[in-house]
Design a protein around this ligand. Structure first.
Ligand SMILES: C[S@@+](CC[C@H](N)C(=O)[O-])C[C@H]1O[C@@H](n2cnc3c(N)ncnc32)[C@H](O)[C@@H]1O
Length: 281
């Protein structure tokens, strides 16, 4: 009886590190950034494993050509499908042999789904991920049938998928157990709570005539906490009101805003102005 292959991107077992394969024409791009700071230390500890693979190594012929002119004409070159799909399959075979995991396949494209906080958390739950970095005019469209999803870093065009991959890796590893000292901090920050974070201050208490808010020096933890929650709401209202429609305001939050002199109508107007939907539960 033939057994069905496991679906790609199966959830990892507890305590197992996160694995990311970066498929690129420029593997050196990743060397320095992935050695530095938190990511570098997590790699040294073995909490995560990151590997860059040269797509060119999977191209045919003496010249290992990875791009060609576009069908239909037009400027620029397009990345050929064969080397990319071969690279994905080779990486998968390698990972299956090593750990029994099938990497979840992601192509980085400006037209993909926007990468958000929730995606960082979701990808951290997967055992292994492959990120395909495009270059030139982009990737032959048929490759998209061999990936699980397309992701975009935002509404702008980069010269290649590498900076996007780097950013995604950086955001994901924060959710891998053990990578951040305090496991709660990734959730407490902007977007984790569905709000922007409150402002931070450190010494000196007066900097060029600007004071640290009095309440932060009061030693009253209850008041500090309340102030921070109010500030997070005010900042979100001012800068990113649409976040209130992704996670609606609860009664406690409406109360905090009222205490700051912000009425329901002002919130509804701000949210309406950015074209978001309901914020009331
Ligand atoms: C110059 S871009 C190609 C842009 C493409 N011609 C277009 O207009 O949509 C080359 C590669 O950079 C990557 N890239 C560029 N912008 C990106 C973004 N916002 N998010 C993710 N990847 C991006 C993709 O891998 C893409 O294949």
């Amino acid at each position: 009886m033939s057994s069905e292959p496991e679906p790609r991107g199966t959830e990892k077992a507890a305590g197992e590190g996160w694995v990311c394969h970066l498929l690129t024409l420029f593997p050196d791009f990743f060397s320095s950034p992935l050695e530095a700071s938190i990511v570098g230390k997590a790699r040294e500890r073995g909490d995560i494993r990151l590997e860059a693979h040269d797509i060119r190594a999977f191209a045919d012929g003496k010249h290992k050509v990875t791009d060609d002119s576009p069908y239909g004409g037009g400027a620029g070159m397009v990345m050929k499908p064969d080397p990319i799909v071969r690279a994905l399959e080779a990486v998968e075979a390698l990972e299956l042999e090593r750990t029994g995991q099938r990497p979840h396949r992601i192509a980085l494209t400006p037209g993909g789904a926007p990468f958000r906080h929730a995606d960082a958390k979701r990808l951290a739950q997967l055992g292994a991920v492959s990120l395909v970095c495009g270059r030139y005019e982009g990737i032959d469209e048929r490759v998209m049938e061999f990936v699980d999803e397309e992701m975009s870093l935002g509404d702008f065009v980069l010269t290649g998928g590498e900076p996007a991959a780097l950013t995604i890796v950086d955001a994901v590893v924060r959710f891998v157990p053990g990578v951040l000292g305090n496991s709660l901090s990734a959730e407490d920050e902007s977007f984790g709570t569905g709000r922007l974070e409150y402002p931070h201050y450190t010494r000196p208490r007066t900097f060029r005539g600007r004071e640290v808010p009095e309440i932060l020096c009061s030693g009253d933890h209850g008041k500090v906490d309340r102030w921070r929650r109010s500030q997070a709401l005010l900042r979100t209202l001012e800068r990113r009101p649409e976040l209130f429609s992704r996670r609606r305001l609860d009664e406690q939050e409406w109360k905090l805003l009222r205490e700051q002199g912000v009425e329901r109508e002002a919130v509804l107007d701000a949210v309406g102005a950015v074209g978001a939907e309901e914020v009331e539960s």
